[in-house]
Design a protein around this ligand. Structure first.
Ligand code: FVH
Length: 282
């Protein structure tokens, strides 16, 4: 059964979300600050709203995908949200999501973290994390599923952005490791694509498979290791950093890890495994 759904914000992501909802047969009303960006969606059957107020008025479910939270407030500052479900998929900090949930006067509020790029929307692998009103999630889960796999992660509106940022943190760590490895390999004139596909990716996949065991160590506080303790890793990183310098490559993205290991070992606590470094981050 088609729903009436409004999409506010037709940048790359908002347009992809609106296209997915239209393709699933929903009645979609769209608004964008720069009206011309709505044209391709109007051609596909969306209804154009002239103002954010008109767009919100059109549907019980309002999906917001703007640049940042200040732009959300700017767009909606004089709009009545009472009785609506507002699903805010704008990227922000957990504190911003909590503030927006209290600000959304009389609306049922869900915050979201989009774990996909626009091209992935409505396709395999696209995931959107939601937190906030469970009632709103349950009521609209089917419609939300059209854009990406919907995953509810808790009543605290800040939880979806926090998990989104945690996933991005994992990604940045992986990219940092890749860039350092690539610089080292390139400095030795070894073909990078061959290194990446035949050596690095299989190695990283094998390492990623240990992720759950790492989480268990952190949750239980049992950081004993039969693999390599911090003393060994300290020596390993010294070796790495020296090699980088001998090859004329800066190890800048690796150095923070070395600093934290050195700090722990200096306290006489080098006998446990790498997972214990979580205690240096608290
Ligand atoms: N694109 C991506 O890969 C990422 C994936 C993860 C989630 N992000 C977040 O999604 C939000 C929107 O991102 P986007 O890719 O659609 O971004 P843009 O194409 O730059 O579109 C920005 C839209 O925001 C409108 N806008 C900006 N400022 C205002 C304002 N003050 N008042 C009203 N609207 C505003 C802008 O309008 P216009 O410039 O076309 O008039 C666009 O509709 C974002 O949080 C990502 O972090 C995407």
């Amino acid at each position: 059964m088609p729903d009436n759904i409004t999409v506010l914000g037709l940048g790359l992501m908002g347009s992809a979300l609106a296209r997915a909802l239209l393709a699933a047969g929903h009645h979609v009303t769209v608004w964008n600050r720069t009206p011309a960006k709505a044209d391709p969606l109007i051609a596909k059957g969306a209804a154009r709203a002239a103002t954010p107020a008109e767009a919100v008025e059109a549907s019980p479910l309002v999906i917001v995908c703007l640049l940042d939270y200040p732009s959300v407030y700017e767009a909606l500052k004089e709009v009545s949200l009472a009785g609506k479900t507002v699903v805010n998929l704008t990227t922000g900090r957990p504190a911003e999501a909590r503030e927006a949930a209290s600000w959304a006067r009389g609306a049922d509020y869900l915050d979201g973290g989009i774990m996909a790029v626009p091209q992935m929307i409505a396709g395999p692998g696209a995931l959107i994390l939601y937190s906030g009103s469970k009632d709103a999630f349950d009521r609209h889960e089917q419609a939300l599923a059209v854009m990406a796999e919907p995953r509810y992660v808790g009543a605290d509106p800040g939880m979806a952005p926090l998990l989104d940022l945690a996933m991005l943190t994992g990604m940045y760590g992986q990219i940092a490791g890749f860039l350092e490895a690539a610089a080292l390999v390139t400095s030795a004139k070894y073909p990078l694509t061959e290194f990446t596909t035949t050596l690095l990716i299989p190695w990283l996949n094998a390492m990623a498979a240990l992720g759950s065991a790492w989480a268990e160590k952190i949750e239980t506080g049992d950081h004993r290791t039969e693999v390599s303790n911090l003393e060994i890793n300290k020596a390993g990183l010294e070796n790495l950093v020296r090699t980088f310098r001998e090859q004329g490559v800066k190890p800048d993205l690796l150095l923070p890890m070395k600093t934290v290991i050195d700090q722990r070992v200096a306290k006489g606590l080098g006998h446990e495994g790498l997972s214990v470094l979580i205690e240096e981050l608290a």
